[in-house]
Design a protein around this ligand. Structure first.
Ligand code: AP5
Ligand code: MG
Length: 190
């Protein structure tokens, strides 16, 4: 199996590149942000609970997102592999993911980390905020908080994969196609 963690700060292009990667490599896209927004839209109890965190740019509790990923893995036992987008975001999530994948006799192949300058992140997110309807894209102070939470709680997750020799940094500035090319080359070299 090819199991990729697509990593990077808010607005790095994880969702955009995931869409292209799943098509090229025939993988399943698992974005905890997308799954949570689906719950919000369906007005579930989980969605209402998650919204309190998401609207402020804070992380939803680990057990909630780990449970969601566990369910998705069970639903897709015949997959060729997965792109994990926006997950894991804490060390506890990374450890839980390793355990879940071991249960399914597989493991993470690589973490691909998109490197993007702060000003570019903010400009991409504010731009999307004009029509995304995402509360967390509308306001510069929420965007700043998302980046702060990323730096404090999520960035350290790279060390987890560095220690397993699975970490690869990829330049995330440039056009969508240029970045996709870089990611594809890195994947093909794995
Ligand atoms: P999530 O949905 O994961 O959001 P995020 O990581 O904050 O950032 P985005 O998804 O907005 O950015 P992206 O990297 O996917 O970039 P995209 O391709 O969209 O999480 C949202 C919230 O859910 C969290 O704050 C948290 O509350 C909760 N949550 C989710 N997962 C969780 C977890 N595991 N644990 C706890 N809580 C969790 O691109 C952004 C924009 O830029 C788009 O408009 C795109 O068109 C544009 N763009 C992309 N590439 C380029 C380019 N090369 N040039 C110009 N524009 C570009
Ligand atoms: Mg995304």
């Amino acid at each position: 199996m090819l199991n990729l963690v697509l990593f990077g700060p808010p607005g790095a292009g994880k969702g955009t590149q995931s869409e292209k990667l799943i098509e090229k490599y025939q993988l399943i896209h698992l974005s905890t942000g997308d799954i949570l927004r689906g719950e919000l839209k369906a007005e579930t109890t989980l969605g209402a609970e998650a919204k309190k965190f998401m609207d402020k740019g804070e992380l939803v509790p680990d057990e909630v997102v780990i449970g969601m990923i566990g369910n998705k893995l069970k639903e897709n036992t015949d997959a060729k592999g997965f792109v994990f987008d926006g997950f894991p975001r804490t060390n506890a999530q990374a450890e839980a993911l390793d355990l879940l994948l071991t249960k399914h006799q597989t493991s993470i192949t690589a973490m691909l980390a998109l490197d993007v300058e702060y000003d570019e992140l903010v400009s991409r997110l504010l731009n999307r905020g004009k029509d995304s309807g995402r509360v967390d894209d509308q306001d510069i102070s929420i965007i700043e908080n998302r980046v702060k939470v990323y730096n404090q709680e999520t960035k350290p997750v790279m060390d987890f994969y560095l220690a397993q020799n699975k970490y690869y940094a990829v330049e995330g500035m440039g056009t969508v196609e240029q970045i996709f090319d870089r990611l594809s080359k890195q994947i093909d070299a794995l």
